[in-house]
Design a binder for this molecule. Structure first.
Ligand code: PMP
Length: 355
């Protein structure tokens, strides 16, 4: 080993869900949306003048920021956009979590948080969820657990469990001296957003994404909404890292997608309806799970180990997500697909679990 290796910033990287590419597959493993993006997106792309690609994109992504500010009824100075919410959250960690006191997040949560904390050398502490995967709010209060910041996904991932807004507000209220980030990647599937709390708390940052409810995981668009001052600090760090994060296509189609609210409401409602039906089917098949308000269900089977079911499904080219991690290694995270995709899944499971 060369001595240079002593100076390498070593990290154990985040492992994303696999992206298999088989024509007959049913892909329920990365919480993507089974429906296409808003129709206007296709039209825009067909008509797009590729000459715009010669030029650098608008560093402020004004078109997209304006569309989001209008949609969420906030000032444009309160909106920050990035290359998926992964980029937005990574920038937020770098900007706001700059204390020697550990930041807090749940022990079972989005597995990128500890990776960002490690890569940025941010100390962190994971607060255990209850046995039924619920957040214990008091453990996040600064008087109980002094901390340098908090990030909580609501609904949580991979559990799908919603933290009621009153409880989330208590966490924010008890932490006036640090930034509290609420990761709302799955908020559009029925849970209550923390956005209305922005009027009361200047230390709250709400992060959302186009990857799930807006069917655009491949375009990589995420955003944060918060107090003007928070957003200005975020932009300072972004411009010190990479001025041109959003490409010209993402800015254009992102703004277009936001404008079609009817399509957005229709497709999210369809997923919610399929999810509620899937809950009944899963219960009937002997699965147990906490109630989910997201576009996935995190379920264990009463008798058959999750890994066995995962492997059997994989052989059928039905992909779900399995995490070989403490406390959750008997669970499957099943993304809600179309009703037809879910039917195929349940037909196979019925046969498999009977044998
Ligand atoms: N937060 C949570 C809780 C997630 O599950 C994901 C999806 N992997 C993300 C953020 C990141 O999503 P994206 O970068 O596609 O916006």
């Amino acid at each position: 080993m060369g001595k240079w290796e002593n100076n390498v910033r070593r990290v154990v990287p985040y492992v994303p869900g696999e992206q298999p590419n088989q024509p007959d597959m049913i892909k329920l493993n990365t919480n993507e949306n089974p429906y296409p993006p808003a129709p206007g997106v296709k039209k825009l792309l067909e008509e797009m003048d590729v000459d715009v690609m010669r030029l650098y994109p608008d560093t402020t992504a004004k078109l997209l920021v304006d569309a989001l500010a209008a949609y969420y009824h906030v000032d444009t100075k309160q909106v920050f956009v990035g290359v998926g919410s992964d980029d937005v959250i990574a920038m937020s960690f770098l900007t706001f979590f700059n204390s020697e006191t550990p930041i807090l997040f749940p022990d079972i949560t989005y597995s990128f948080y500890d990776v960002w904390a490690d890569v940025f050398r941010i100390p962190y502490r994971q607060i255990p969820l209850t046995d039924s995967f619920h957040v214990k709010p008091e453990e996040y209060y600064s008087e109980n657990t002094p901390n340098g910041g908090i990030i909580i996904p609501n609904p949580n991932a991979p559990t799908g469990v919603e933290l009621p807004l009153e409880k989330l507000e208590e966490i924010i209220r008890h932490n006036p001296d640090v930034v509290v980030i609420v990761d709302e990647a799955y908020i559009d599937f029925g849970a209550a957003s923390a956005l209305p709390l922005l009027k009361k708390y200047d230390n709250l940052l709400v992060v959302q994404t186009f990857s799930k409810s807006r069917s655009m995981a491949g375009m990589r668009i995420g955003f944060a909404i918060g107090n003007e001052k928070l957003i200005s600090y975020l932009n300072d760090v972004k411009y010190s890292f990479n001025s041109y994060t959003m490409d010209c296509t993402a800015i254009l189609v992102g703004a277009e997608a936001v404008k079609d609210d009817a399509y957005f409401k229709k497709t999210t409602a369809k997923i919610i309806e399929t999810r509620e039906w899937a809950k009944e089917r899963l219960h009937a098949l002997g699965f147990v799970f906490e109630d989910s308000q997201s576009n996935f269900i995190f379920a264990a089977h009463k008798t058959v180990p999750a890994k066995e079911i995962f492997d059997a499904l994989r052989q059928q080219h039905i992909y779900v997500r399995y995490f070989a991690k403490p406390r959750i290694d008997n669970y499957l995270r099943i993304t809600i697909g179309t009703k037809e995709e879910m039917e195929t899944l349940f037909t196979f499971l019925e046969k498999f679990l009977k044998d």
